[in-house]
Structures are given as structure tokens and as C-alpha cells.
Design a protein around this ligand. Structure first.
Ligand code: 13P
Ligand code: SF4
Length: 346
């Protein structure tokens, strides 16, 4: 993976001014109380951030928590599109992201002007859009999905309704195969998941015969073809808890292994390898930007703060709310009678 994240000299200056003897954990706890803040963290964050968070989850869980919280401040330890989702759903809250450069290659692959042109070329298609996208792209979409609810949502859309899916072509391809629906796919990828190597995975499987492979659907088909379980981060975590054997190969960002080890200390979790078996190529470089120091600064200064212009927020809210309405909760089947045959553009 060859990726350049620009320097942020203002943030570096703020970090340099932090007293190095400060007990960051104690300070974060003190500020969390003072600010009436909730700390939400994604499974790809560093273990110390996961451990200090009030809640750790996948992108759907985190959106639900952000929508339901009564805290005044949401300190979002994840990437920008997730924090923006929190702001869209909870506009009255102050939402801070420890490092504003925490983007996502999928979001970058889908500029709003090109997405709008794509939509205009296919006026008879509804747009099912992966949550890993900008607020502007959400505002141009009909329904937002995550990898944990996409299949259930597609199954609620009438069979004759044409669908376009953006921005992840691998997730879209996987869903198309799984649901039997023909979908027009945007050509975006996750730089982390596309870096897993099939050749290295085959070698690893040979070393651990019988160990199942659990993979995120952002992986290319060359990896998914070897998977015994495919699902969102929460779903992979659940699989790891329930699997009766002792060794599992994990084909997603490896920081999730922290929660697996906590839940199943007796099991062995092996990260699937990238093409260069010795690199950390499957660490998400965007998630890695958030640190304990930056979380402390975010709570102390309420900076960097996520802002979303109200006009765009209102447009982006509709497809996000549709997602929440159409997402099954813990096995409860959604009521399909309310879903219109033709979902109008937001
Ligand atoms: P989840 O919704 O499975 O947490 O995935 C988010 C993500 O960005 C995966 O790369
Ligand atoms: Fe985006 Fe990939 Fe990082 Fe997830 S792992 S936030 S999809 S770059």
C-alpha cells in the first residue's frame, strides 16, 4: 500500500505542547465527566483507545449509539465519515474527531460531482450507498447501508427495482452474488482490504489446516473465495466467539483481534497476510491517526470539531434514517409493508 497523508503542523504543535508526564488515561476520564462526553470507538482503533471507550462497535452500531446518546459531546474515535454520520444524526451534539485527516480510501474514490453525474446517467436506478462516503454523496443517495445490514436492506427492495451501488465494488459484487440482484457498481476499493494476498493466504491455510478464514466483504473475491465466514466487523467478532475450534484466520484490519482475544482468551487469531508477508500493510493508516494524546486534546479543546452545513445535513439525514428504519435489530424482522415500491431520490 502506497499512501501519503499530509502533515498537520497545527496538530503537531498542540501535541508538542502536551506535558509528557501527564497521565493521559486519568485526564481523558476527567474530561469525559467534565464535558458530559461519550467516547465511541471503532474496532480498528488502537487497543488503548478501545479500552477507554464507552462503546466499541462496527459502523452501524456506532451510528445507532450516536443517534441515541444523551451526552453533550461525542468523541468519535474512528474515521471522518463515521464522525460525520454522528453529527448528521445528532446535530445538537458537539462531535469531535481526534485527527481530522482520518479519511477513507472509499470516500476518496467517490467525489460528489462524479457520483451525481453517474446517478444522472441512470435515473431509473435507486442508489444504495455504503456508509463509507462523504456527506455530499450521502445527500445524493436513496439508502445508506453498512456491511452488517446491506443484505437485509437489499432484500426489502422490490425485485424489479434497478439498483446502483457505490463506492465499494468488492462489497457491491459480494452483495450482488449473495442476493442474486444485478447491480451497477462504482469502481472504488478499500486500500486496506484489497492488499490481502491470495498466495500468502493459501500458504497460511496450509500451515494451519482446518483453521477457518473470517473475512470482511471489502476484501476482493480472490480472498472471499477462501472465506468460511464473511461479514462486518461485528459479525466476524461474533463468529470468532462462537467458533468451537481454537484457531481462526482473520482477513480484516488486525486491530479487531484485540476484542477477539478479550472475548476468547484461549483461542489463537492469525491476521491474514498482505503481499509482503512482513509488513503492517493491513493496518488502516487513517484509523491509526487517532491516538490517546489526540483524544485527550479533542476532549480538552473540543477540537477538531465536525461541522456539516445544515442544508446538506438534512439531505444526508433521509437516506441514513432509511437505513436505520430498514435495519433488522437482533433478529427482529423489519415490517416490509411500509417500503414504497419506488424509493424517491432524496
Ligand atoms: P464495519 O461496518 O464492518 O465496521 O466496517 C467499516 C469499515 O470501514 C471497514 O473497513
Ligand atoms: Fe476506509 Fe478501508 Fe480504513 Fe475502513 S479500513 S476506514 S474502508 S480505508
Amino acid at each position: 500500500m502506497n499512501f501519503h497523508i499530509p502533515k498537520d503542523s497545527i496538530l503537531e504543535g498542540r501535541i508538542a505542547a502536551v506535558d509528557p508526564t501527564l497521565d493521559l488515561e486519568a485526564e481523558i476520564n476527567r474530561l469525559r465527566g467534565k464535558r458530559n462526553a461519550v467516547i465511541l470507538a471503532h474496532y480498528y482503533q488502537d487497543p488503548e483507545i478501545q479500552d477507554i471507550a464507552d462503546f466499541v462497535g462496527d459502523s452501524l452500531d456506532l451510528a445507532r449509539k450516536a443517534a441515541a446518546t444523551d451526552a453533550d459531546v461525542i468523541a468519535f474515535c474512528g474515521v471522518k465519515f463515521m464522525a460525520e454520520g454522528a453529527k448528521i444524526l445528532s446535530p445538537g451534539k458537539t462531535v469531535v474527531l481526534p485527527d481530522m485527516r482520518a479519511g477513507c480510501s472509499l470516500e476518496d474514490s467517490c467525489p460528489p460531482d462524479r457520483f451525481e453525474a453517474f446517478r444522472n446517467q441512470h435515473p431509473d436506478h435507486i442508489s444504495l450507498t455504503y456508509i463509507n462516503c462523504s456527506v455530499a454523496v450521502k445527500a445524493l443517495s436513496d439508502i445508506i447501508v453498512t456491511s452488517s445490514n446491506a443484505e437485509a436492506i437489499i432484500n426489502q427492495i422490490p425485485k424489479d427495482q434497478k439498483i446502483l451501488f457505490a463506492p465499494d465494488k468488492y462489497l457491491g459484487g459480494y452483495l450482488s452474488k449473495k442476493t442474486g440482484r444485478d447491480m451497477l457498481l462504482w469502481d472504488g476499493t478499500c486500500i486496506v482490504h484489497e492488499d490481502f494476498s491470495e498466495k500468502e493466504l493459501i500458504k497460511l491455510k496450509a500451515k494451519h489446516p482446518g483453521a477457518p478464514v473470517a473475512a470482511h466483504p471489502e476484501c476482493p473475491p480472490s480472498i472471499l473465495n477462501h472465506a468460511d465466514h464473511i461479514g462486518s466487523t461485528s459479525s466476524i467478532l461474533k463468529f470468532s466467539r462462537e467458533y468451537a475450534g481454537d484457531t481462526i484466520i482473520i482477513a480484516t484490519e488486525p486491530h479487531i483481534i484485540h476484542q477477539m482475544q478479550k472475548a476468547s482468551p484461549g483461542k489463537t487469531f492469525i491476521g491474514a497476510p498482505a503481499a509482503d508477508g512482513n509488513c503492517n500493510c493491513n493496518d488502516c493508516p487513517f484509523m491509526a491517526l487517532n491516538t490517546m494524546e489526540k483524544l485527550y486534546l479533542a476532549l480538552r479543546d473540543l477540537q477538531p470539531e465536525i461541522t456539516v452545513p445544515e442544508e446538506v445535513r438534512i439531505k444526508a439525514l433521509k437516506p441514513l434514517e432509511r437505513m436505520l428504519e430498514m435495519s433488522p435489530i437482533q433478529g427482529v424482522q423489519p415490517d416490509l409493508s411500509e417500503i414504497p415500491a419506488q424509493i424517491p431520490a432524496a
